[in-house]
Design a protein around this ligand. Sequence first.
Ligand SMILES: Cc1cc2nc3c(=O)[nH]c(=O)nc-3n(C[C@H](O)[C@H](O)[C@H](O)COP(=O)(O)OP(=O)(O)OC[C@H]3O[C@@H](n4cnc5c(N)ncnc54)[C@H](O)[C@@H]3O)c2cc1C
Length: 462
Amino acid sequence: MPREVVPTKTPMPEQDPKERVRNFREVPYGYTEELAIQEALRCLQCKKPTCIAGCPVNIDIPGFIDLVAKGDFLGAARRIKATNLLPAICGRVCPQEEQCEKACVLSKKFESVAIGRLERFVADFERETGQIQRPAIPRRTGKKVAVVGSGPAGLTVAADLIQQGHEVTVFEALHALGGVLVYGIPEFRLPKSILEAEVNFLASLGVQFEPSYVIGKTETVDELLERFDAVFLGVGAGLPHFMRIPGENLNGVYSANEYLTRANLMRAYMFPEWDTPIKKGKNVAVIGGGNTAMDAVRTALRLGAENAYLIYRRSRAEMPARLEEIHHAEEEGVQFRLLENPTRIIGDDKGWVKEIELISMQLGEPDESGRRRPVPIPGSEHRLEVDTVVVAVGQGANPLLISTTPGLKTNRWGYLEVDPETGETSRERVYAGGDIVRGGATVILAMGDGRRAARAIHERIR
Ligand SMILES: Cc1cc2nc3c(=O)[nH]c(=O)nc-3n(C[C@H](O)[C@H](O)[C@H](O)COP(=O)(O)OP(=O)(O)OC[C@H]3O[C@@H](n4cnc5c(N)ncnc54)[C@H](O)[C@@H]3O)c2cc1C
């Protein structure tokens, strides 16, 4: 007899919104063993599992979920790790609703299986019970690879190549390792301890890490090529974009990058124990509708804002942020100001932000991004009292590395052009992947690029 389908996902316990807006601890607690098994039993174990095709790294989703349903959590973790090295991270931050869960057969009629939550559960189980499996490292090949940038793309390349017996050194401009995962995504979504565990694991396998080392300044790519057999560039797209409106130079205006770096990485929320100043605004406006904007506005609330506004020029339906995080922000009291766009920021006589002028918008036909184009409504300008403005309208390629590496081909947005099969750039032995190739994308796509490049590098140098 066919099993009766449970229509909704097993809820994941999480911190009460009233409580969590006052702390930086992780919002969801994660599944217990019982809840994980209960959710795993919702999986139909489809003969043609469409979910796998929905995953950029093709995790054997029905396979790992079947192991969870049988209580073999370690087996499940190992099944995932065959294709995804950072499941504790992806289980937390991947936009599952747009990927594997969207392709889940159950989602045609009911809620999809909570694949992301199950992925997170098995990765946490493996780590928390201290049963992380160490791969057998083959004999050293004597070949050396330099990885520039320690984000998900760079970490994946490092992990794959160290397991092939090559020597790997990761150079990172910041003093901390992990890329956006450590400086951008806040503790309440991705605890730093999880990232640290991943980095320490790679170090234990023999990966060398060189933090505070800026390629393009401390050493150039050409110099690296003299002492390494290949170089991978995973430098991300960390150059903040601004809106180019009057008043953006006032005191109290931050790029989302600076705001999040100060708050998360430099722990401004622990001031004065941590010596990082930040303006803890009373009325904070965050501009944008992506994950970065959502992280910044929720951070503003946690830093003590009385009003945290999210100003987005389209409607909720077009917001690029993850649905789960939009929902969390709403629960926490973020005030969504949709279909509004800033026209200028107004300061007081000392040069500090006092107000922001907004114009109301309406939606027109879809543009090249497929989303409906926002069109200003003439004469609808109005003002909002704010003392802090955080601009989260996208990021671009930092020109430093490109301008100091002759012969690196870029596209019209300044991103690196690579061979789609191998990730090789226009410079021989120099490969690239992640946001520096795609523009702001996702963790899992950066990892997929890293994996492809690692395969090509191995083929070339072995
Ligand atoms: C606030 C925020 C929230 C996000 N939330 C999500 C999410 O929920 N889910 C999701 O899938 N994606 C999310 N993203 C996108 C995701 O984080 C990125 O797509 C991903 O991190 C890109 O990985 P990467 O390895 O290409 O680069 P990055 O993670 O950007 O890492 C690049 C690293 O290279 C270093 N570097 C740069 N230049 C140099 C140099 N010259 N020398 C040495 N080192 C250098 C940088 O300091 C950085 O550490 C978010 C992004 C932001 C900004």
